[in-house]
Ligand binder design. Structure first.
Ligand SMILES: C[S@@+](CC[C@H](N)C(=O)[O-])C[C@H]1O[C@@H](n2cnc3c(N)ncnc32)[C@H](O)[C@@H]1O
Length: 346
C-alpha cells in the first residue's frame, strides 16, 4: 500500500483528518514519508538548496557564534544541530571550532549520512534531555506539521483533509479551540478568505528545546517573517511544495513525493521563546552573518580574486570566485539573506 492509499484508508475509517496529521504522514511516515524514506532530500542533488548546502562558509561563519557563546557561558558546553540533514553545516563548523557536538535528525537516511561527520553515539533521533550550549536549526521549523485555517465572515474555519470525488481534498471543519487561540494571538488582522498556517507544533518544539536548555541559546534560521509582514501573503496563504529545486504540485497531490512547507511566523516563535523566559532577538540572515564576519570575508575574497587575476593564477582565481559567489548567495538581500534568524538566549 502506498502512502496515498494509507492516508485514504485512515480517512475512510476515521473521517477527515486535520491538515497537520496529513502533513505529518506525508513528510514523516516511516514507510513513504518524504523525509523518512528514500533518498536524502537536503543536498545539491535533492529537492531544495539550503544555506549550508550552498556553502561551507555558512558553518564556518556560525563557528564564530558558537565560540562567542562558549566564552559567554563557559564549560560544560556543547553544540546541537537539529535537522542536521547531510551534515553540511556541522562539517565546516567542526573544522573551525573544537566543540562537543550532537546531530538530531528525524530522517534515518540523514542519520546514516551524519555518521560520516560525527561518531554514531552523537547522531540522535531525539533531543538530548539537558543541553548547555548552542542549539542550531536551519530550515526545520517550516517543515513541522501545521494546521490550516481560513477566515470566513470574520471567523475562523479549519481546512482538514478528506476525500471528494475519489481524490484527497480540503474540507471544511469547525476550528479546534487550541487552533483558534493560536490564530487569535498570532495570525494578525487577516482579511476574509485569507489562509493561515497555524504553527502549533513549532511553538511546542521551541518550548520543549528551551525547557531542556540550561544555559546558552537556540538559533533558528528559516524563511518567513513577522505576522504583520506576512499579512499581504494571506490572501492565498504561504503553504507550498518543493520538488527538485522548483515549486511542486498542490500539497494534497502525491503525498510523500514532495516537500510541504510554509513561511514561518516569527512573531509566534518569539512570543513562545519569551514566555519560556528567554531573551529574544530577530535578525535578517544577511545582517546576522555580516555581524559574524561574513561581509569582511567577502571583501577579502574579492581582493584575493583580483590579486590572483593579476598574478595570472587561473585555478586560484576560479576557486576564489566560486567562494565569493557562495558568500554573495548567502547574503543576497532578496534570497537567503532575506531569511530570518531567531536567537533565544538564557
Ligand atoms: C529542509 S531540511 C533541512 C536540512 C538541513 N538543516 C539543511 O539546511 O540543509 C529539514 C530537515 O528537518 C528534519 N526534521 C524534521 N523534523 C525534525 C525534528 N523534529 N527533529 C529533527 N529533525 C527534524 C527532516 O528530516 C529534514 O532533514
Amino acid at each position: 500500500m502506498n502512502l496515498d492509499q494509507r492516508i485514504r484508508r485512515e480517512i475512510e475509517n476515521g473521517g477527515p483528518m486535520p491538515f497537520e496529521r496529513f502533513m505529518d504522514l506525508a513528510l514523516y511516515h516511516p514507510d513513504g514519508g518524504f523525509f523518512t524514506s528514500g533518498t536524502l532530500r537536503s543536498e545539491r542533488a535533492g529537492d531544495f538548496l539550503t544555506s549550508p548546502e550552498v556553502s561551507a562558509l555558512f558553518g564556518e561563519t556560525l563557528a564564530r557564534y558558537v565560540i562567542g557563546e562558549r566564552e559567554r557561558i563557559g564549560q560544560p558546553f556543547e553544540m546541537v544541530e537539529v535537522a542536521a540533514g547531510s551534515g553540511s553545516l556541522l562539517k565546516p563548523l567542526l573544522e573551525a571550532v573544537d566543540v562537543a557536538a550532537f546531530a538530531v535528525e528525524a530522517s534515518p537516511t540523514a542519520r546514516d549520512k551524519l555518521v560520516e561527520v560525527l561518531p554514531p553515539d552523537r547522531v540522535l533521533a531525539d533531543l538530548p534531555d539537558r543541553i548547555r550550549g548552542v542549539v542550531i536549526g536551519n530550515e526545520l521549523i517550516d517543515n513541522l506539521p501545521m494546521a490550516l485555517a481560513q477566515r470566513v465572515d470574520g471567523s475562523w474555519r479549519e481546512r482538514w483533509v478528506g476525500i471528494d470525488d475519489d481524490a484527497l481534498a480540503m474540507v471544511d471543519a469547525p476550528p479546534r479551540p487550541e487552533v483558534v487561540a493560536w490564530l487569535d494571538q498570532f495570525a494578525g488582522d487577516v482579511p476574509d478568505d485569507g489562509w493561515v498556517e497555524a504553527q502549533l507544533a513549532a511553538a511546542s518544539w521551541v518550548r520543549d528545546v528551551l525547557g531542556r536548555l540550561e544555559a546558552g541559546s537556540l538559533v533558528l534560521f528559516d524563511y518567513g517573517d513577522t505576522a504583520e509582514n506576512l499579512l499581504p501573503r494571506r490572501q492565498d496563504g504561504t503553504l507550498r511544495t518543493y520538488r527538485a529545486h522548483h515549486l511542486g504540485p498542490h500539497p494534497l497531490d502525491e503525498p510523500g513525493e514532495t516537500d510541504i512547507t510554509a513561511d514561518v511566523n516569527f512573531t509566534a516563535l518569539a512570543a513562545v521563546a519569551e514566555s519560556a523566559g528567554a531573551m529574544v532577538e530577530l535578525h535578517r540572515q544577511d545582517d546576522f552573518l555580516t555581524g559574524l564576519g561574513l561581509g569582511d570575508r567577502l571583501s577579502e575574497l574579492r581582493h584575493a580574486e583580483l590579486d590572483a587575476a593579476r598574478s595570472g593564477d587561473a585555478m586560484e582565481r576560479l576557486r576564489l570566485r566560486s567562494l565569493k559567489t557562495e558568500a554573495e548567495t548567502l547574503l543576497h538581500p532578496r534570497g537567503l539573506g532575506d531569511f530570518r534568524v531567531l536567537v533565544a538566549r538564557r
